[in-house]
Design a protein around this ligand. Structure first.
Ligand code: PHE
Length: 330
C-alpha cells in the first residue's frame, strides 16, 4: 500500500483514507457497484474486494499508530524536563519595618509578662480625651491636633494616641494588669521628615499593688538595653501629661554620637523615645480601679521613632511610601 506508507503526517493519512474508503472513495464506489452486477459475478467480485478493504483499513490504522508514536517521541524529546534543575524560588515578602519593630517591642515586654491587647482606631472623644483628664476646652488638647469623624458632631475621632486603650483594658480586666497596646494613631499634622498624620505607638499599662515610679524606671531601663544594646544610657526628665502624675519623658543616650552631641540629638546627647508616668488616680477611678488599693504606670512610645533609630532612617515618610526598593532592603 505505497500511498499509505508514504503518508507521513496524520492529515495526509486522513486524505488517503478519504480517497479510498471515504463516501466517494474508489473502493467504496466499487463495493457499491457490486449490487448491479449479475448474480454470478456478484460473489466473486465481493470476495475479491472485501479483503482489499480490510487490508487497507488495517494498513491505515497501523500507519496511524506509527505516526502517533513518532509524534509522541518527538514531543518527549523536545519537552524533556530536567528534574535535577533547582526549583524556581517564589518571591517572599518580608515584614514592614514598623510591624517588625512593633513585634520586637512586644517580644521584649512579653518577657516582662506584658500581654498584647488591641483597641480601636476610631475612638470617642470621651475615651481619647475626657476620661484621660482632658475636658473639651482643656489647653492640653493643643498637644493633640485631632481629626474628627465628619457628621458625628465631634463625638467620634481618629485616636490621637494609644492611651484610650488604657481605659478599655482597665474596664475589661482586673488588676494585676500588664498590658501592651500597639497600633496606628492619627494627628492633624503638616507632614515632614519627623511628623506624619499617621504613625504607630505602643502603649504600656501596668496596674498592681505597690507599683511605683521605680518599677517603671527599672522596666524601661531593661527595655532600652534589650532594644538598643546593653550599654545604652537612660534618663528621666520631668514631663507633663494630664493623665499621669508625675509625668516623665524617657531618653536614651544618642545612638549616633554616643552622647557627645550631633545633629540627630540636636546637640543634647539624648534622644527621647517615650512619654510616661504614674497613672493619675482619677484615671484609675474612671477605669473602675480603686487608687487606694492599686497603683499603676503607663507609657506611650513612638514605634516609628524606634524603627528609625534601629535602622538608621532619617525620614519617617519612607515608611508610608510603599517603595519596594526601601521595603526590600529589610
Ligand atoms: N499618650 C501620650 C502621647 O501620645 C504618651 C503617654 C502615654 C504619656 C502614657 C504618658 C503615659 O504623647
Amino acid at each position: 500500500m505505497p500511498a499509505v506508507e508514504r503518508a507521513d503526517d496524520p492529515d495526509e493519512l486522513d486524505s488517503v483514507e478519504a480517497a479510498y474508503l471515504g463516501r466517494n472513495g474508489e473502493l467504496r464506489q466499487l463495493l457499491a457497484g457490486i449490487g448491479k452486477l449479475s448474480g454470478e459475478d456478484r460473489p466473486k467480485v465481493g470476495a475479491a474486494a472485501n479483503p482489499i478493504r480490510e487490508e487497507l483499513e488495517a494498513a491505515i490504522s497501523k500507519r496511524r499508530a506509527k505516526l502517533e508514536s513518532i509524534a509522541l517521541d518527538v514531543r518527549l524529546a523536545r519537552e524533556k524536563t530536567d528534574v535535577t534543575l533547582p526549583g524556581r524560588t517564589l518571591p517572599r515578602g518580608s515584614l514592614h519595618p514598623l510591624i517588625e519593630t512593633g513585634r520586637e517591642i512586644a517580644r521584649i515586654w512579653g518577657q516582662f509578662g506584658f500581654v498584647v491587647y488591641e483597641s480601636p482606631e476610631v475612638e470617642t472623644d470621651e475615651l481619647n480625651f475626657e476620661l484621660l483628664n482632658i475636658p473639651p476646652d482643656h489647653p492640653a488638647r493643643d498637644l493633640w491636633d485631632t481629626m474628627y469623624v465628619a457628621g458625628t458632631d465631634r463625638h467620634y475621632l481618629l485616636r490621637t494616641h494609644t492611651s484610650p486603650g488604657q481605659m478599655r483594658v482597665m474596664r475589661s480586666t482586673k488588676p494585676p494588669i500588664r498590658a501592651l497596646l500597639p497600633g496606628r494613631c492619627f494627628r492633624y499634622e503638616a507632614v515632614d521628615a519627623s511628623h506624619g498624620f499617621e504613625f504607630f505607638q505602643v502603649e504600656g499599662l501596668m496596674v498592681d499593688e505597690g507599683t511605683t515610679l521605680a518599677t517603671l524606671r527599672g522596666l524601661l531601663d531593661e527595655f532600652a538595653r534589650a532594644m538598643f544594646g546593653p550599654t545604652t544610657a537612660t534618663r528621666f526628665r520631668p514631663g507633663y501629661y494630664p493623665f499621669t502624675e508625675p509625668s516623665v519623658a524617657f531618653d536614651i543616650g544618642c545612638l549616633i554620637c554616643g552622647g557627645s552631641g550631633c545633629a540627630a540629638c540636636k546637640r543634647t546627647g539624648w534622644l527621647t523615645i517615650l512619654g510616661a508616668g504614674m497613672v493619675h488616680p482619677q484615671v484609675l477611678r474612671n477605669g473602675g480601679i480603686d487608687p487606694e488599693m492599686h497603683q499603676g504606670f503607663a507609657f506611650g512610645m513612638g514605634t516609628d521613632r524606634i524603627a528609625m533609630l534601629r535602622h538608621g532612617i532619617s525620614d519617617l515618610r519612607v515608611f508610608f511610601q510603599d517603595d519596594l526598593r526601601f521595603l526590600e532592603s529589610f
